[in-house]
Design a protein around this ligand. Structure first.
Ligand code: ADP
Ligand code: MG
Length: 331
């Protein structure tokens, strides 16, 4: 078996805010998260706002430091690498953010913006080689060569996101982390950008960690998904299997939401969502919202475990979920 491109092991990130009254408050934004992504795959992460998705993205990009745990990229532990080696490695993983306007310098022409990561990562290229790469990149994201002369404000939101994608891909990274990369776009533009990402995987073999709070979006692009709840993965498996026949009650709540409707921010009757998890909380963090909760869920925290081949869930009731699913699928 080949080793995965990205191997995240027991990743924990606590944020400690200083307190006026002594010990300080600690928030566990990521809690012992373990996952792998094979080269060429699109792994989707879904979960509501505040569950730790961006914290995970920053750690995978080596833009932060974990409280504990490891991120192995191509077999190398990013947080154990000497600074110089990490700098060299950074060309291999790039990020696309939600707000391209925020990440594109408004005073620079698009050609310069797209070329910039190459000056840092591939400083030996000549001007004309750089120019050639920029044009090639612009064209492969569906823009024109002469767009290089324009400024970001001259483009629509969808086009700006294409520029951000071109910039992320210019160093020919193996992994692209897309954090809410289409969330600010209109539905039709969203669909075009998702198709572009699928094309880029096909043509360039890029591997994606694709993060969104929107299940429909993740479902439309990812091969495998991880459902996150308060800093933990509660279910992982093939996207269609997880969303069609969820093994965790939280995945089911997500999957049962009306298709196309953003279940979180915009529903008419907002559910109570615990916003912060204190370090050391016992039992299952989802139990207060869970229709299937039993005494055991108060006492014992469920760990992520294999329920079916390739399908993991962190739930004491996963076998019951499976029976219900099988029963409803029976003729
Ligand atoms: P998501 O991207 O899923 O919305 P985040 O990873 O941004 O979630 O945040 C996870 C949790 O960590 C939230 O409760 C958030 O308030 C908290 N958090 C994120 N960044 C910081 C920070 N720099 N300092 C303190 N708390 C933070
Ligand atoms: Mg986020």
């Amino acid at each position: 078996m080949t080793s995965p491109l990205l191997d995240v092991r027991n990743l924990t990130r606590d944020y400690v805010s200083p307190s006026l009254f002594g010990s300080g408050h600690s928030l566990r934004a990521l809690d012992n998260l373990t996952m792998t992504i094979d080269a060429g795959a699109i792994f989707g992460i879904v979960g509501e706002s505040g569950c730790g998705k961006s914290t995970l993205a920053r750690l995978v990009m080596a833009l932060d430091r974990p409280t504990s745990g490891h991120v192995l990229f191509d077999g190398e532990d990013l947080y154990a690498l000497p600074e110089r080696d990490l700098t060299r490695k950074r060309a291999d993983f790039q990020m696309v953010f939600q707000d391209p306007f925020g990440s594109l310098d408004p005073r620079q022409r698009v050609g310069r913006i797209v070329a910039e990561p190459m000056h840092v990562r591939r400083p030996r290229l000549t001007r004309s080689q750089t120019r050639e790469r920029v044009v090639d990149m612009l064209e492969s994201v569906g823009l024109d060569a002469d767009h290089a002369e324009r400024y970001p404000h001259e483009f629509s939101g969808g086009e700006r996101q294409r520029i951000a994608i071109a910039r992320a891909l210019i160093t020919e990274p193996k992994l692209v982390v897309a954090d809410e990369a289409v969330s600010a776009l209109d539905l039709s533009v969203q669909a075009q950008v998702l198709k572009l990402l699928l094309d880029l995987r096909e043509k360039r073999g890029v591997t994606f960690l694709f993060i969104s709070h929107n299940l429909a979006v993740v479902d439309s692009i990812a091969d495998r998904v991880g459902v996150m709840y308060l800093g933990r993965l509660v279910e992982t498996g093939p996207a269609n299997a997880v969303f069609d026949a969820p093994l965790h009650p939280y995945s089911k709540i997500l999957a049962d939401a009306e298709p196309g409707i953003d279940k979180f921010g915009r529903q008419s009757r907002p559910v109570h969502i615990p916003t912060a998890q204190s370090v050391g909380i016992g039992g299952c963090a989802f139990r207060s919202r869970c229709p299937l909760a039993i005494d055991r869920c108060v006492q014992e925290r469920p760990e992520l475990r294999t329920i079916l081949a390739g399908r993991l869930a962190a739930c004491h009731r996963a076998e019951d979920m499976l029976k219900t699913t099988l029963a409803s699928a029976a003729p």
